[in-house]
Design a protein around this ligand. Structure first.
Ligand SMILES: [Zn+2]
Length: 454
């Protein structure tokens, strides 16, 4: 696990939750901030939350057993803190339920080596160990189908070309420098909006290839993953998660160094042999999912709500510590501290831990549609006017450096006031820019003030 500094971020989030109850002209309550900092630094439970979410329950792919057991643990923890309305709020349908319980891969010939890899989500298991000489059949889309028709039956298919793994001269991760932050802050017009990622086009292509490979009788499909090297493997979805999506043959991703070695052996006609075993369960019926909700009731304006949240789901090739166990643990801890300090907040503070984020912000979008507004016709509910703000925490570990205003300039003086007591902790930057790719977008898309931090 990388060195996390969640307590810093946490103190800021707590302030935001507390300060949202103030108007822009009201001063920030330094006495409360002092208490929050004390509790966050001296009595933190954040690493314990994170330990349970990641080391104990493991990956939290939406609706997998790890997701459910981590959710049950979280519900109990939120209840034990004394929060109210702790519940798993259903939404759906989500889609297929997938899990794996065993993976092993080996190069047997021309010489032995264990292979580093993972099965790909929503693909079946191998039904015991599968052994064979792989064939290199690079199939990207339909254009490649005719070339391989009738040639893949009973074969282990290497589906990508060898992927280049250049020597790394740059660090794997980098913090924003002060100059980087200056640049982010300097913009006068909102920028950073990306065109919506075309999930439907990708889904269609994925389904066409899955159907072709299955109908041709390939026994196993091996990829090098789209990114990652130096022993790192990114194994995401091999098949579609939605009911009706085509089921491909079993699929695995190997670290590119190992994948490339097998490709070279095939090309040099060394007749390599590999053995792979995947135990996986795939239920093709669509199941619903749920978000985890809990509240700290407000006092004088308790029907008004400030929301904080993070996505709870993760991919299956790791324990989802940085994406987004850290964000979930910080938000759980924010609620714990507010409750422990017994701060009397006018508005209700509600935590939401989302599912289906990795599949397209599904949990948060479903929640927003149910409670606030339908983005298709923008018809709002009564609750729409009662939501003061939503603060999201995603994008990995590390302390908060500032906030993206999402083009909402009216929030600038408010955030500047809120951040003032946190300048010494490195949180000071307020930029008009947008940031994308996580659950605050579900709120922004229906005109609610949703924010994500720098
Ligand atoms: Zn994330």
């Amino acid at each position: 696990m990388p060195a996390l500094r969640p307590h810093l971020s946490l103190a800021i989030l707590l302030l935001l939750a507390a300060a949202s109850t103030l108007t822009a002209t009201e001063p920030v309550d330094l006495a409360v901030i002092h208490k929050i900092k004390q509790e966050a630094f001296a009595n933190s439970k954040v690493m314990d939350h994170l330990f349970h979410l990641t080391d104990v329950h493991g990956p939290r792919l939406t609706n997998s057993p790890g997701f459910h057991s981590a959710a049950d643990w979280t519900v109990e923890r939120l209840k034990s803190m004394g929060l109210t309305k702790v519940n798993k709020e259903k939404w759906g349908p989500f889609g297929k339920t997938w899990n794996y319980t065993r993976f092993s891969a080996h190069l047997l010939k021309p010489s032995y080596s264990p292979l580093i890899g993972f099965p790909m989500a929503w693909t079946p298991g191998t039904n015991g160990a599968l052994k064979g000489e792989p064939i290199l059949a690079v199939i990207k889309d339909e254009k490649d189908f005719p070339k391989w028709k009738g040639k893949l039956a009973g074969r282990i298919v290497l589906i990508d070309e060898a992927r280049e793994t250049p020597l790394l001269f740059k660090p794997l991760a980098q913090r924003y420098s002060e100059k980087d932050l200056d640049d982010i802050e300097a913009g006068l017009v909102p920028v950073g909006k990306r065109p919506e990622f075309d999930r439907e086009a990708r889904r269609k292509a994925m389904n066409a290839r899955a159907k072709f490979l299955r109908e041709e009788g390939a026994t196993l499909v091996v990829t090098a993953g789209a990114k990652g090297d130096g022993g790192t493997v990114f194994a995401a979805a091999g098949g579609g998660y939605r009911e009706g999506d085509e089921v491909p043959p079993p699929m695995i991703a190997l670290t590119p160094e190992h994948y490339n070695r097998i490709v070279r052996l095939v090309k040099e006609k060394q007749a390599p042999e590999i053995e792979v075993e995947v135990a996986a369960t795939l239920d093709n019926k669509a199941a619903g999912s749920y978000n985890i909700l809990a509240e700290l009731p407000g006092t004088t304006k308790k029907e008004e709500v400030v929301m904080i949240g993070a996505h709870f789901d993760s991919w299956h090739g790791g324990t989802g510590a940085t994406d987004n166990g850290a964000g979930s643990a910080v938000m759980i801890e924010a609620m714990r501290i507010l409750k422990a300090l017994d701060v009397k907040l006018p508005r209700t503070v509600r935590i939401a831990l989302w599912s289906g984020e990795e599949n397209g912000l599904l949990g948060s979008r479903a929640y927003v549609k149910e409670h606030f507004a339908n983005p298709e016709d923008m018809k709002t509910t009564e609750q729409h006017a009662k939501l003061a703000a939503y603060f999201n925490y995603d994008n990995g570990s590390g302390k908060i450096r500032g906030v993206y205003l999402q083009g909402n300039d009216m929030m600038r003086p408010i955030f500047e006031a809120w951040f003032a007591p946190f300048h010494d902790l490195g949180a000071a930057r307020v930029t008009i820019r947008n940031t994308t790719g996580t659950d605050h977008l579900a709120f922004d898309s229906v005109g609610l003030p949703g924010f994500q931090f720098i």
